[in-house]
Design a protein around this ligand. Structure first.
Ligand code: SF4
Ligand code: SF4
Length: 149
């Protein structure tokens, strides 16, 4: 499993994926790594993030990644990259932005809606479970709280 760096490099759309994570994933190594990342992102409001367009710490443990690219399907890297860029744009961050966790969660709360997620994510294989929209709604309603420190 890849070690978490400090700051943690995370591809922009994975911020949303972490909100809906319930232990499912592409392999045991993937879910273990994802759980680790989710815990880190929720461990401190100032945990430092670098928001990137491209493969990250989560991809590193994914069986679909190879040489820093997503090969889930032939167009997956292009689609994932486009989604990263769109999320960054909607959140008002530049690619490579370095931000504390709380700033990312704050922008998601303020700027992302369930309708956005339907628009952006509905062709993702995990979307139909409803976990990601529910995670976003829990964040926006305050039910999913992030740490104070
Ligand atoms: S639907 Fe897919 S891409 Fe969208 S947040 Fe969920 S897991 Fe991530
Ligand atoms: S499916 Fe692709 S974008 Fe998603 S975690 Fe795996 S390598 Fe990364």
């Amino acid at each position: 499993m890849s070690e978490l760096t400090h700051p943690c490099t995370i591809r922009a759309h994975h911020l949303l994926c972490t909100l809906g994570f319930r232990g499912l994933g592409y392999s045991e190594e993937f879910t273990s790594s994802m759980r680790n990342v989710v815990e880190k992102l929720r461990s401190s409001r100032v945990f430092p993030l670098t928001l990137v367009v491209g493969c990250d710490i989560i991809c590193a443990a994914c069986p679909h990644s190879k040489e820093g690219q997503c090969f889930k399907e032939s167009d997956s890297e292009a689609k994932a990259t486009s989604l990263d860029l769109e999320i960054l744009s909607r959140l008002g961050f530049e690619p490579g932005a370095q931000v504390p966790c709380y700033e990312a969660w704050k922008r998601i709360r303020e700027r992302m809606t369930s309708e956005d997620m339907v628009e952006l994510c509905s062709d993702c294989e995990w979307f139909g479970l409803g976990y990601c929209v529910e995670g976003l709604e829990r964040l926006k309603s305050g039910e999913l709280t992030m740490p104070e420190n």
